[in-house]
Structure formats: C-alpha cells, structure tokens
Design a protein around this ligand. Sequence first.
Ligand code: MV4
Length: 495
Amino acid sequence: MFQKILIANRGEIAVRIMKTCREMGITTVAVYSDVDTAALHVMNADEAVHVGQAEPSESYLNIDKIIAAAKDTGATAIHPGYGFLAENAQFAQACQDNDITFIGPSAEVIRNLGDKIIARNIMAKSGVPVTPGITVDSSDHSAWAQAAESIGYPVLIKAASGGGGKGMRVVYSPDNLKESCETAASEAKTAFGDSTIYMEKYLDRARHVEIQILCDSQGNAIHLLERECSVQRRHQKIIEETPSTALTEDLREKMGQAAITAAKASGYVNAGTVEFLLDDTGKFYFLEVNTRLQVEHPVTEMITNVDLVKHQIEIAAGRPLSITQKDIVGQGHAIECRIYAEDPENNFFPSPGKIQFLKEPTGPGIRNDCGVYTNFEVPVEYDPILSKLIVFAETRNLAIQRMIHALRCYAIVGVKTAIGFMLDVLSSEPFQKGDTYTNFIDVHFGDWKPVLSDKEIACAAFLADNFLTGKKDSINSKTQSEMPSLWQQLGNFRL
Ligand code: MV4
C-alpha cells in the first residue's frame, strides 16, 4: 500500500480524499496556488507544496509542477479528484513515466474514452446500446444531409472531444444543418482543439441515469447501482439522487450489466461512471464514460455503504476488489445538493467572495462535503463549489424532507448561494413526483424568482444558530424559556 499520496486538486474533493487517506493510514500531500495558501485542503493535509500562481495553468493544471511536487515529497501515488487533470491522458502518462501511480484508469483508456466517437464505437461493437448515429467527413455536407435524413430529424451534432454538453447543436430541419455543423465544428475547435463532430438521433424528454463501476486490475468488475442526474442547468448538475425513480429492478439489472460490459470492452480499471440516456419507454442509450471519481459519488456511498475513494486507492495499488456484486445492496435513498457561490438573481453566475459566516448542517443522515470555512475567501479563479450537501433516509420522501431541513439549517453569509432555489425545487410537486427529465429546470423553474433574498435565508439560519448554540444574548436579553420558539418563527418565516 502507498505510504504517501499527493492530491492534485483543491476544495471539497481534496478534503474528501484526504479523509479516506487518513483513515487508511496514508500520509497526504496537498498542492496549492497563491490564492489557496489558507485553503481548507491545505490545512487538512500532512504536507503542502506551493505549486504556483492562481491561474490553473500555473498550478493545478501544471503537469510538470505537480509531478515535481510528488517527487520532492516522496509521494508514490497521485489522486486527481475531478476536474483539473483528472481526465487528462497526458498527465496519467506523465505519472507512469515518473514511476508515480495515477489513481485512475490508464492513459490509453482515458484517451480512448475521451474521444466520444471511439467510445461510441467500442460500445456499439460490444452490444451496449447507442443512439442511432453516424460519423462522416465533416467537410462533406451532402454526406451530412444524407446522414441526417437516414437518422431522422431532430438530430444532435456532438463534438468528438466534447462531453458534458459542450459544443452540442440540436438540428430540427435540413434548413439549418450546414450552419449547425459548421458552428459546432468551430466551437469544438476553439474549446478542445479538435473540430471533429458526429451526429446522433436527438432524444427529447429523456433522463440522465448513470451507473457507478469499480474494476480491478485482475479483471473483476462490479457496478454500484445508478445515480439520477437529470436535474441540471446548462449542463451543470444541481441535484443528484439514488435510486432513480425511473428504474425497475429489471431495468437496473440491465443497465448495470451494460455498464459492466462497457467497462470490460474498454479495458477499464479503477472507479468510473457510465452515463446513459433513459427514455419514457425504458430504453436506454450509452452517452459517455467519465473516467474519474465524480462530484456526485457520495450518494452512491450513502446507499451502498462503500467508500469509493478507498476502493480507488486499493485498486491503484494492485489489490483485487475486496467486495463482489452480491455485496452491493442499495439501502434507503440519498440526495445531493451542490452548494456553489452563485447568484440566483443574476442567472446563477459565480459570486465568489469572503465567507463571513458558515454554519454547516449536521444530524442523523446528513453529510456535508465542504471545502470552505468562515473567513475563507472563495477565489475567482476556480469552480465556485463550496460544498455538497448529502442526505440519507429510508425513503425518497423522507430524504426530501431531511434535505429541506438540512438546507434550512445551512447558513452561508458573505457569498450568494442557490439554497433558496434548491428549497423551492425540493418542495415542488414535479420533483416530489420524481418527474425529473433533463429539461426539468427549464420547464418548471425557467422563470423562477426568489421570494426571500439569499441574505434573508442565510440570516434566518444564522439567527437560528445563535439561538440554538446559546448565544441568544446577541439576539435579545430574554432567557430561553421566556422567548417564543425562535426556531418555529424562523420556520414560518422561511417557507
Ligand atoms: C444527448 C441528448 C439527446 N440525444 N444525445 C449532454 C451531455 C452529454 N453527455 C450528452 N448530452 C446529451 N446527449 C442524444 N442523442 C441529450 C443530452 C443532454 C443531456 C444529457 C444528460 C444530462 C443533461 C442533458 C441536457 C441536455 C442535453
């Protein structure tokens, strides 16, 4: 087993990974940039190496500096987290070239699955269902027109190097086909340095359901059930849950097996996620494989009681999986809300700044994977995720109720968040009915306006905190028994 692991990331995910390392008796090395000298992940690590300026290319994305930091500290493995270098084949290769274990799949697998056309072809060949689709020479427009006719409109133009929805174009009629292909190709060139595009049948009204997999280097592969991630805005997931309200036991088994087939067909080793679109008739189609630990992995951990990071580390160390498919039994229901520094009154644009006060929700079935603390200045340079609030309960309804409770107890002052928005989504009838499709937010919350300002919501939780922790003197001088239940007042005030 590794003695020392370097975590090539920051924020909540770096903190999360360090927790498992500590439990396993592994020493951790943090890396940090100029604006992260006081970041939580630095304080949580045993050692920390300054790697450069705030710009990601100078620090968290700088392969040479990260490799040097591992060598200088004697770390023999690197966990990349998500984002930054997590799905960078060049980085995985650089680790290998320097005798450092990359905690993730091989460079070759990352490269193959990173190319969505290659990934699609691997899956189609091994019997994993893919949407009707065609790759043709991007300069031959008559070939495109023919392809679209044979697939049938609407079609979706995707970038071969894309993923996460970047560079996609829906085309409803032949009139805009040429133009859409050209814009998609040029967008892809700008974003990924690769203008290769391909075409698929566009599936309207589908759900995004993904399967977590774990594969060891001995050829054992298991799946850890599904995550429903349909509730998203502009390809940014907002709320994730497991199990999906859309799966029957039979469908779950079929999708799980398809994910294992996908893993074996691509030579996958370590933790990964196979994304599918699921339509109303129970048909599902391969989308892509995410070759990393995902943001939403905690919901899977909650219902399976499996520490995914621990298994990632054991697999990377060459150990066989210590669990089998029979050990994976989903229990109860888990929901995650992503808490970003974002402004719901300004299109949910990032709103970094100084955290003036933070009170994390706690209690039975509540987990908050947090990367910030009171007085920390959220840098403008990075993804403004503050934490992920995850709840677990026996049933979906109880989990929703618990999440509403936890969100109401979550006080964040100093930066704006979408906690009020999340509360409205969780309280809504379509969400409670499990009527979650990828267009859920646009359809039901496209014109959402806050009733209470973000400040009011944070203040309510702040006041509640002062009250509950006995600092009531700062609110008024009455003793607790003389006061009307502030908690009750706040409850009425807030919803
Ligand atoms: C699709 C699709 C409909 N039809 N492919 C978006 C992210 C990338 N992984 C693929 N995506 C989609 N591919 C076909 N043939 C709809 C989406 C899509 C989507 C998928 C998952 C979650 C949210 C989404 C939002 C819009 C579109």
